[in-house]
Design a protein around this ligand. Structure first.
Ligand code: C2E
Ligand code: MG
Ligand code: MG
Ligand code: MG
Length: 279
């Protein structure tokens, strides 16, 4: 609604502004005890290779609050970033995601990659690398099974420090993906100076590749450029067959989106994969 109003958000919020402020305040308060509450969970969205092989999953955070209902990450992660709690929440996310990788591995899904989103302040928090190493040890996860997703915002907010941490992660064998590439400040400089393995093309770029020439030209050229730089490319937000067909033609490596699989709870994963095999 605010977006439709084209940035003139004050006018739009005037109607339900009070309710929104109350909800935000309630979330802010509930956030303080969320890690003791058992209300956080992870949903997992599958990523597939061109020929249908499963690459792994992206872990997406959900908060089911008894009074406030389902709270999506875009609503509470920014608040947790402001008060610094994202560091502890993020550590919980990584531990949980590695545990999931271990459990699904035991159920026969081996060599999967679990991708976890990281906030900028998490990346540069003291002891981040050491706590990550401890989680890998505790959950018997190989570093190659973990992929960290960062956005350009990390680089803008944290600069050299973030770069140094990424170098340490790479040395440990952890994969690094640049998420949401294409929105925001998208600078090709980052592609040169960051130790990246994977580049994730933003949903908003993928959305119109079938009907807008500029978007299709950009995505096609970006895929070629990323390959030239030795990076793997993931297309996010693939919703239609037509998009998948074009991306395949252009040699995109991996696909993620509602067409291939919704974010789902861990218990649903087996069923989902069986369904794919029978198609
Ligand atoms: P993201 O990392 O870019 O994640 C992809 C988002 O696109 C997810 O939204 C996912 O549900 C959604 N999506 C997947 N397939 C499709 C599709 O086909 N079409 C469309 N339109 N959307 C699709 P979600 O789960 O609401 O997460 C939103 C953002 O919140 C994430 O964007 C990520 O930046 C952040 N986030 C999620 N989990 C965490 C976390 O554990 N830590 C941190 N720091 N941020 C997180
Ligand atoms: Mg992501
Ligand atoms: Mg993304
Ligand atoms: Mg996104």
């Amino acid at each position: 609604q605010a977006k439709a109003a084209g940035g003139n958000q004050v006018v739009v919020y005037a109607e339900d502004g009070a309710a929104q402020i109350l909800r935000t305040e309630a979330i802010r308060i509930a956030l303080r005890t969320v890690l003791q509450s058992d209300e956080l969970s992870l949903y997992y969205q599958p990523l597939y290779e061109v020929h249908g092989r499963l690459r792994g999953f992206e872990a997406l955070l959900r908060w089911q609050h008894p009074q406030l209902g389902l709270i999506m990450p875009e609503e509470f992660v920014p608040l947790a970033e402001l008060n610094g709690q994202i560091v502890d929440i993020g550590e919980w996310v990584i531990r949980e995601a590695c545990g999931m990788l271990n459990r699904t591995g035991a159920r026969g899904l081996t060599n999967m990659i679990i991708s976890v989103n990281l906030s900028p302040n998490q990346l540069v928090s003291p002891d981040f690398v050491r706590s990550l190493q401890r989680i890998l040890e505790d959950t018997a996860t190989s570093a190659a099974g973990l992929e960290i997703e960062i956005t350009e915002r990390s680089m803008i907010d944290c600069g050299e420090k973030a770069c140094a941490v990424l170098g340490q992660l790479r040395d440990l064998g952890i994969r690094i993906a640049l998420d949401d590439f294409g929105i925001g400040y998208a600078s090709l400089t980052y592609l040169r100076k960051l130790p990246l393995h994977t580049l994730k093309l933003e949903t908003s770029y993928i959305r119109h590749i079938c009907d807008q020439h500029a978007d299709s030209a950009i995505v096609k050229a970006l895929i070629a450029l990323m390959h030239e730089l030795g990076l793997e490319v993931v297309a996010e937000g693939v919703e239609h067959e037509g998009q998948l067909e074009l991306l395949k033609q252009w040699g995109c490596d991996f696909y993620q989106g509602y067409l291939l699989g919704m974010p789902m709870q861990e218990e649903a994963i087996g069923t989902h994969l069986l369904q794919l095999q029978s198609v």
